[in-house]
Design a protein around this ligand. Sequence first.
Ligand code: ZN
Length: 484
Amino acid sequence: MSKDNDKKQVREITPQGEDFSRWYLDAIRKADLMDYSPVRGCIVFKPDGYELWELIQRQLDDRFKATGHRNAYFPLFIPESFFQKEKEHVEGFNPELPWVTEAGGEKLEEKLAIRPTSETMIGHMYSKWIQSYRDLPVLINQWANVVRWEKRTLPFLRTSEFLWQEGHTAHEDEADARRETMLMLETYREFVENVLAIPVITGQKTESEKFAGAVDTYSIEAMMRDGRAVQAGTSHYLGTNFAQAFEIKYLDRENTQQFVHTTSWGVSTRLIGALIMVHGDDNGLVLPPKVAPTQAMLIPIGPPAKREPVLAKAGELLADLKQAGVRIRMDDRSDVSPGWKFNEYEMRGIPVRIELGPRDLENGQAVLVSRVTGEKKTVALDNIVAEVQAMLDTVHQELFTRALQFRDENLRSVDSLADLQANNDKLRGFVLAGWCGSRECEAKVKEETGATSRNIPFEPKEQKTTCLVCGDQAKHTVAFARAY
Ligand SMILES: [Zn+2]
């Protein structure tokens, strides 16, 4: 196959600088992660896409279990009356709810919503399960699909049906529930940074951006390579709002009836979209090693006459690396050129490539190639397991460092709306600005620039003193950005 053909698969991906959305859609299609379903706004997770989710799921689930949570499963359908019980919740979710009004050939007495989230169903169940302080805390998580009928959709980042986990906990008092809310926010931050190699800004949502029915919402916000934000996870302190709506009461240590304090927290398959948009480049996907379904691709090379001993050794290496826990595959097809394979696996984002040819074999070595830097490293076959593991660690580190550097370069501080607008024309990134706390000023920013308040960072790199809209004294320093 000619060099020209070798590059063909990459040419089919629009460069990021030309059209980032186009790049994203090309990259995920070429990497075979998903397909569009016949139902608008819904996608099919193909095996390579679903396996990413499984690896995310497994590693998050370990963290939930380690902090005392257990999994359960609640029904998909929620009676309409449940939504009427929490006023803000129903107002927040009503426009996005699909309803089942007929089943088994009959009109239902009460229509059923397909869950957009499960606070109401779980609140109802908790009111039956919790009687005394001895029943608390309840620490339950559910892995499930939810539906929010979206008008504008984008694969993984915004789809009408998506997969997620939702933790729902009940506690004796505010202090314990708030401790839980922050523990899970920190669990998300640690996971997204240490496993997905995505740096995040941790902070509190403003009143208008918080979850419908929450007292306080906290989020982690990530910056994509086009500068837009993705809310990568949220954790909510719900106070006694849902406890009052669903009468989740318990007898405390003094034998007095009290409402429980509840929390909820979730991350979803948006994380897949985020990791693609944070790490990908003009050659396609770059997968963070800890969730890459294939971490290393072994490619035997060389002329047919010298193939046999190379293939025999490659088989051994494959077995050794698998044994050591590396997710590795081999492409030993002889009718496809090495160049085509290199491009193909680069495009699919496989973190490390291993090349083994006849001369390498003679010298007792192999060549490792990093997907991030393209760096080639000749390593001794005797030491290959340690070398591959080391390169996977390096790839993770480089991805994180690169993403952090990009974010810091694109996190600016502004003093006025005019400043923000000037920035906005070429807006790539987040801005930090002071905010007086009024809804009007926050709404004005959105109206004028399309940027929304992402969160009030816990540790902003600079404390702003005046509101960017009205010029009054700032109550908070807020991160604003256009968001997916
Ligand atoms: Zn203001």
